[in-house]
Ligand binder design. Structure first.
Ligand code: BG6
Length: 497
């Protein structure tokens, strides 16, 4: 692993939720593991008037009690900034100079945009006008949080705006799913095992299913979510990226551009779902009120911040094809939603049946399945047929499973730890590249257009706590979705959640 050079991380939106809940805890964990650069500081920036001390105290509420906490907090500083004109950033620049001098840190800077998206083009411009975006001697990097655009045009526009002030190589677009250990493990599973890759194509794989279920609802984010919906919030970014890892060709080397070139090719091969085909390939739903364990659960439209007659989808299921040599004719399915029975993200590879059935029904209908569990109970499960002991040839499906928790001495790092560390080391492999983000929007845009313009496309209600609209089942012809349980090895509608 490269050692990260000395640097300062400047977090815009420092008084916001993401900073407190994810960024500072991730930095503390890196600190505890001694992975931060030798000389390092965090400069929080936002409009609120806070002192260094206030900022340290804010962070405190989200950090575990630990003997190293006080020493870590010494690395945190705060600068209040307005963002109306270039002059507003002068105090920030002066503060950075002072910090660099005082702490002996060279002027390597990472600027992290964790602000409302309307500021994404503004802050880079003000940084540029203050000469902070480029340097001959030092690195300057920009991390951009999601959402990256709200549609194809806004994503393209944002890319162009950022490129006015930073080079593509300096821009790190966060997709925290890429920071998940198990998503990265997909590369290792596929490309370091001789047994999987020969089967990883249309000849042996019948279909691929990706599920990302959440049991939580919108949890106080109704205002944001109602303008977003499951398609923009989860599918356009996180889940298409996961599909990219499942479907990509082997990269020439494990290096940012080699891997990202392959992901881009997958996105470029996505078969367009035309507006008049949307009802056939896409199901959208919205959770309605229900009772779980005798407790009333609000419907989506009753959530704070959500419009009374909202038509925003909290669930989406999609069937699509990747038109290339490897995947021609293999359907891919993605399903994601809020207020589903459990929180699970997993990929199921359904292998084709044997060509001739000697033993009748095998319990799974004869398809072997490989399940790659992203979370929780991270691991891998292979399902295959075995003879039931006794007379005759009765076949039953059995499990072969590996749980990440068995690597007991290794903690699975949180996504933000990995991503922050990678950016500090200048490795953009697990960040989305501008062209791929646009290609993903290109695929999703006709679906959103059809929803916006054709009121006849239904938005199905589904009771909170169920697996989504019943019509979701109709997407998969001759098969069923897997209904995962918390535990990797179990599935079914009635398992423990
Ligand atoms: C975020 C979405 O990007 O991902 C949230 O905005 C969603 O709505 C979250 O809950 C899911 O992430 P994870 O890591 O909990 O699966």
């Amino acid at each position: 692993m490269n050692k990260a050079e000395n640097q300062i991380l400047i977090i815009f939106g420092a008084s916001g939720d993401l900073t407190k809940r994810k960024l500072i805890p991730a930095l503390f964990e890196l600190y505890r593991q001694k992975l931060l650069p030798q000389k390092f500081a965090v400069l929080g920036a936002s409009r609120s008037a806070l002192s260094d001390e206030d900022f340290r105290n804010l962070a405190n509420d989200f950090l575990p009690e630990d003997e190293q906490l006080d020493a870590f907090k010494e690395l945190l500083f705060y600068q209040s900034v307005q963002n109306n004109s270039a002059n507003d950033f002068v105090p920030l620049k002066e503060r950075l100079d002072k910090l660099s001098n005082k702490l002996g840190i060279t002027a390597n800077y990472i600027f992290y945009l964790s602000t409302p998206p309307s500021l994404y083009p503004v802050i880079p411009r003000l940084l540029c006008e203050n000469g902070l975006t480029r340097s001959e001697k030092y690195f300057r990097r920009l991390i951009v949080e999601k959402p990256f655009g709200t549609d194809l045009n806004s994503a393209k526009e944002l890319n162009q705006q950022l490129l006015n002030y930073f080079e593509e190589e300096q821009i790190y677009r966060i997709d925290h799913y890429l920071g998940k250990e198990t998503v990265q493990n997909m590369l290792v599973t596929r490309f370091s095992n001789g047994i999987f890759e020969p089967l990883w194509n249309r000849r042996y794989i019948e279909r691929v299913e990706i599920t990302s279920a959440e049991s939580l609802g919108v949890e106080g984010r109704g205002g944001y979510y109602d303008n977003s919906g499951a398609m923009r919030d989860m599918l356009q970014n996180h889940l298409l990226q996961v599909a990219g890892f499942v479907a990509m060709e082997p990269p020439v080397v494990v290096e940012a551009n080699a891997i990202r070139n392959e992901i881009l090719k997958v996105f470029q091969s996505l078969r367009t779902i035309r507006e008049n085909e949307v009802s056939r390939y896409v199901i959208r739903g919205q959770y309605t009120a229900s009772h779980i364990n005798n407790q009333k659960i609000n419907g989506y439209r009753e959530e704070p911040g959500v419009a009374k007659f909202s038509r925003t989808e909290t669930f989406v299921a999609l069937k699509f094809f990747i038109d290339n040599w490897r995947w021609a004719g293999v359907p891919f399915y993605i399903r994601t939603g809020k207020k589903l029975p459990t929180r699970v993200t997993e990929i199921v590879i359904h292998f084709r049946k044997v060509p001739h059935h000697l033993f009748g029904d095998t319990g799974t209908g004869g398809n072997n399945q490989l399940i790659i569990r992203i979370q929780p109970d991270e691991g891998i499960l292979l399902k295959f047929g075995m003879k039931t002991p006794g007379a005759g040839f009765k076949v039953q499906t059995v499990n072969m499973d590996f749980h990440y928790s068995d690597l007991a001495d290794k903690k699975v790092p949180a996504a933000y730890e990995r991503l922050l560390l990678d950016c500090m080391q200048g490795d953009a492999t697990l960040y989305a590249r501008g062209d791929a983000v646009e290609a993903a929007w290109e695929f999703v845009q006709p679906i959103i257009n059809a929803w916006d313009t054709n009121p006849e496309i239904p938005i199905y209600g589904y009771p909170a706590g169920s697996w989504g609209p019943e019509d979701t089942d109709k997407l998969i012809v001759n098969g069923n979705w897997r209904y995962p349980c918390k535990n990797l090895t179990n599935d079914g509608l009635y398992c423990e959640l």
